[in-house]
Ligand binder design. Structure first.
Ligand code: UN1
Length: 527
């Protein structure tokens, strides 16, 4: 397939389920083995535009085949952390002064480059996370749109400068939003491209410089992102990459040269950053954190059950349930219980699990041992309450012995206060709860520390209104076949975590996210 033909292929998003993606698959058939052939290489950190190998090395296993490593990475030493923050600090004044138009120009170049490289980056993402083909390519498309969306937001707002009213003739006031300085960007494994790029590009477009730490499982795409940014023309020191684990992240955040933190990950780590970094210094510093969810879906008596099954299946088991937006609890109206359970059980049993290189594989492996252990523990807890409806085992034999492949698991008949209804598991694990009154069900669904996404299936306008008015979550979906609780897209759905799911009151992917990387300054000048 030549370049023109490739550029005419349909774009994969999380919502366009019914298009013909055979052309996309043809390209992936070629590119995935190519990228696989490059596994095991060394990936240096990138500090001040140069490779840096300061720190102990570690291997990151490929979750699809744990006998292979994605590559060798460097857990940034304290000196490397210091160098990265210092480089970002040195680069900051010029980057701030370069002007928003120039920043947009470079960002748009990064989007164009990513578009050219999208199959390669998607293949890396598939191997690194164990995502299905469509989830992997969708994520890269999402990242491209994120860059373009925030570039256009910056331009639409004229770089965030606005003439104000005058108190008197000679007085001129301009209100401007200005950057903070150096942002630490700390990303999770599950969307290593879209989430890393989302947080980083907003910090950068705003005029901050960045020290980026991908997940220890996400270093391969991390370096691809850094290479793309360098090629796009971000000046040396403006975007720095250091690898490492939670300890490295903590050292980065603790560095006095860091002026703000953008974090996506667990509630526990997000809150510790909030408490430690946000308020422990001489003054408060911004922390933008997205931190997990326990996202309910309500299926009412009037619901179209086939649509509900499609959306629920995709949200509960897509990416093996390892999304903060995953639909992990479903509330069924008593009258739909039998039909819904029959259909979802049959559909879950039919899902194809395996090496995501294979076209129709829907679920790949769990990311690591700790996810496997969490799965086995949750299964034990469900078994103890006699709650397993289907699934509940790790698969064995052939490719399954190369990683941790969990069955999609559905659990019902647990006591209403059971811990599995409340704790975020980040696994292909759906718990079922029954209701007769939707208001009561919503109150039960709200009674968790999280508030990220929620879904409903109903044909009853009163039920829909009740849902919209009373659910405590930032992202709501109704009657969606492509996802009950997942699939937010830049410029369409904003992704705002309420309660324990986020620190900000304005979500990523929406218009109010970018200004959170900026602080306001009023400038009154007598003319
Ligand atoms: C996540 O859920 O972990 O809405 C990140 C979605 C995607 C991913 C969000 N945009 O499902």
């Amino acid at each position: 397939m030549n370049g023109d033909a490739v550029s005419r292929l349909p774009r994969v998003t999380y919502s366009n389920l019914y298009e013909d993606f055979s052309g996309v698959n043809t390209v992936l058939d070629r590119v995935i083995p190519e990228v696989k052939g490059r596994l095991g290489r060394e990936h240096a950190n990138l500090i001040d535009g140069k490779d840096n190998r300061g720190g102990e090395t570690y291997l990151a296993p490929c979750p699809v085949d744990r006998s292979k490593s994605l590559g060798t990475f460097f857990k940034a030493s304290s000196t490397a952390v210091e160098l990265a923050v210092e480089a970002a600090k040195r680069a900051y004044p010029n980057w701030r002064q370069i002007g928003w138009q120039k920043r947009v120009e470079i960002a748009e170049r990064a989007a164009a480059l990513l578009e050219i490289q999208k199959f390669e980056v998607a293949a890396a993402c598939l191997l690194e996370v164990g995502k299905s083909r469509m989830e992997a390519i969708g994520e890269v498309e999402e990242a491209i749109d994120i860059i373009r969306f925030y570039s256009s937001e910056l331009a639409l707002n004229g770089g965030f400068a606005r003439a104000m009213k005058r108190a008197q003739e000679r007085e001129e006031t301009i209100d401007v939003l200005r950057p903070y300085g150096v942002f630490a960007v700390i990303a999770p494994f599950n969307f290593p491209v879209a989430l890393s790029i989302g947080m980083s590009i907003c910090a950068l477009l705003a005029g901050n410089t960045v020290v980026f730490k991908p997940s220890p499982m996400g270093g391969m795409t991390g370096r691809l992102i850094a290479n793309c940014f360098m090629e796009a023309g971000f000046p040396e020191g403006v975007f720095n990459l250091i690898n490492g684990d939670n300890e490295t992240g903590a050292a980065l955040v603790a560095h006095p040269g860091i002026d703000g933190v953008a974090f996506t990950g667990s509630h526990a780590v997000g809150m510790s950053i909030m408490r430690g970094f946000g308020t422990s210094g001489a003054h408060a510093k911004p922390v933008l954190a997205e931190m997990g969810g326990k996202n309910p879906t309500y299926v009412g008596a009037s619901a179209n059950i086939d649509i509900a099954i499609s959306g629920m299946l995709r949200s509960a088991f897509g990416l093996q349930g390892q999304k903060c937006s995953a639909g992990s609890v479903v509330f069924l109206h008593e009258s739909v219980k039998v039909e819904f359970m029959e259909k979802i059980e049959a559909a879950a049993r039919a899902l194809k699990i395996g090496d995501p290189y294979v076209q129709d594989v829907f679920m790949g492996p769990l990311i690591n041992e700790s996810a496997r252990d969490r799965f086995l523990r949750a299964v034990e807890q469900a078994k103890a309450a006699d709650g397993i409806v289907c699934g509940g085992a790790l698969l064995t034999g052939s490719v399954y012995d190369n990683g941790y492949f969990a069955q999609p698991t559905i659990v019902a008949n647990l006591p209403d206060d059971h811990i599995l209804h409340r704790n975020e598991l980040f696994l292909p694990f759906l718990t079922v709860r029954i209701f007769t009154d939707l208001g009561d069900a919503i109150a039960r669904g709200n009674a968790v520390p999280y508030g990220l996404t929620a879904g409903i299936y109903t044909e009853d306008p009163d039920e829909l209104e009740l849902f919209l008015d009373t659910v405590e979550a930032g992202v709501l979906y109704a009657n969606r076949a492509s996802g009950a609780t997942t699939g937010a897209w830049p410029g369409i759905q904003t992704f705002c975590g309420w309660k324990g799911s986020g620190t900000g009151s304005k979500g990523g992917l929406g218009s109010w996210y970018l200004p959170q990387f900026l602080r306001e300054q009023s400038r009154t000048i007598m003319r």
